[in-house]
Write a protein that binds this ligand. Structure first.
Ligand SMILES: [Zn+2]
Length: 277
């Protein structure tokens, strides 16, 4: 889970508390559970003490805190990570705290919380940051029709599997891939290099529509309740899912077929066999 809309929501939620503020200290919390991976290592983060956060941004499913001295803190929430400026869901799973220069009306700390501990925190210099950008495809919200054409033409994998490939396009995960393909009427099993013409334009438009709408609703909080916005509140897009986790329910588009679930590359795919060809 956290995909592009959820990470964008976290980033927007913490931005005003972090930008142009100095980091006093970085604290890795003593979590008795599986420790999160820290790159290159925890000791290196003393470099952050005294630096100012210039901007807070996003790269695919990662949050970026750009510092004034050229370093960037990269936080990848992966399955259950959250960026918070309020009390975390549990103290037990708090992983990292950035203590910020005190300022009236703003949060004292930025917190990274992660129940399962699969998220990662990295401190990258400019060249390492460039290497990361080179490894990833363009951000899903910045893909043009030409980008889609060129990138999908190179893969014969099913379109649903291709959409999850972060080196092809960054930011889309399992939930939104199913939603995008239902909105654009494309079978998840269709070969990626055969999605062309009107279908491809419909898909490019659906990517934008689904992701931007999900950002407006502040992401999707699923039944496990894990995903929260920066203030530890639920997102709202789960009430608008067209197919995700709706196996057996009637399709809201055709009103005739029921939503089916199949497994592709070990992940569940939800789709309507009538609407998606
Ligand atoms: Zn349908």
């Amino acid at each position: 889970m956290p995909e592009l809309p959820e990470v964008e929501t976290m980033v927007r939620g913490v931005r005003r508390h972090c930008e142009n503020r100095r980091v006093e200290t970085v604290e890795f919390c003593p979590c008795p559970r599986q420790p999160i991976p820290v790159f290159p290592d925890r000791g290196t983060f003393v470099r952050v003490h005294g630096a100012t956060i210039e901007s807070v941004g996003r790269l695919g499913k990662r949050a970026l805190l750009k510092l004034n001295l050229g370093d960037t803190i990269v936080i990848e929430p992966r399955m259950t990570g959250l960026l918070l400026v309020s009390e975390p869901p549990t103290e037990l799973h708090l992983r990292m705290r950035l203590w910020l220069q005190p300022s009236r009306g703003l949060a004292a700390t930025l917190r990274f919380w992660d129940r399962r501990g699969l998220g990662t925190v990295s401190l990258l210099d400019e060249s390492q940051m460039q290497q990361l950008r080179n490894r990833l495809g363009p951000d899903a919200l910045e893909m043009t029709l030409v980008d889609w054409k060129q990138r999908l033409a190179k893969t014969s994998r099913p379109i649903k599997v291709a959409l999850l490939e972060q080196s092809l396009v960054a930011g889309i995960g399992n939930l939104y891939a199913s939603e995008i393909l239902h909105l654009s009427g494309i079978s998840p099993k269709r070969r990626a290099d055969r999605v062309r013409g009107g279908q491809l334009s419909a898909m490019a438009e659906a990517v934008r529509t689904v992701l931007e709408t999900a950002i407006r609703y502040e992401g999707s909080t699923l039944n496990d309740g894990t995903y929260r916005n920066a203030l530890n509140e639920d997102g709202g897009y789960q009430n608008h899912h067209r197919v995700y986790d709706r196996e057996g329910e009637q399709c809201s588009n055709c009103g005739q077929s029921s939503i089916r679930r199949i497994v592709q590359a070990q992940r569940s795919t939800f789709f309507c066999p009538s609407c998606q060809r």
